[in-house]
Write a protein that binds this ligand. Sequence first.
Ligand code: SF4
Length: 229
Amino acid sequence: MSYSEDDFVPISALQHLLFCPRQCALIHNEQSWLENQLTAEGRVLHRNAEKGKSTTRDGIRITRDLPLHSFEWGLIGKADIVEFHPPAGLTKTAARRTLKQRIDQHRETSLADWTIIPIEYKRGQPKKDDSDRVQLCAQALCLEEMLHLTIVQGYLFYGQKQHRHEVAFDPELRAITADTISRMHQLMESGETPRAEYQPKCNNCSLYDLCLPKTFQMNSARAWLDRQL
Ligand code: SF4
């Protein structure tokens, strides 16, 4: 299946869906957004990761804020950092020249003999759920389509621990990611907002004051706003 650009969904929406389908619909179907401390800190961390231009270190090209897309998966977004590691034996100068040529001509050729590693910056520490890993895997799916290669691993960098965790793009994670992408498209196509259901994690939700899950068990934040007005 191939999606048109009009049907692309943001990669960042996948973690909203895994956190709470209602939050995802409020943000991406109803365009509601409230900021809390957690989202503000995450935004600052991302901004810092996106600072600066691409660099080359020891022959490894490090790109920042790289635009991503996939027609196969219907995704669009950005990667905080993508590292391009040249094949062993390639000199630094040759590596720089070869990478530029191959990216310029990426529709005709491939970087299959290079090692490509996406890195995503996150606030806090590793989560118990799959949301960060799924977001990173979705970035890898886009890079695989764009660069015609297979990506086997990436890293999640957590600001609180100042440490990066390896993420293997194994069949299990790819299956979870594919399922999440499919559910995301279904939610966007439906245009519906799931009913509020209070859970402990609601206390950390940036949309709590809009959703009011303990008070208003109704489908649409917009309906609640209309009623208030
Ligand atoms: S407050 Fe709870 S139910 Fe409402 S959007 Fe957030 S996580 Fe979902």
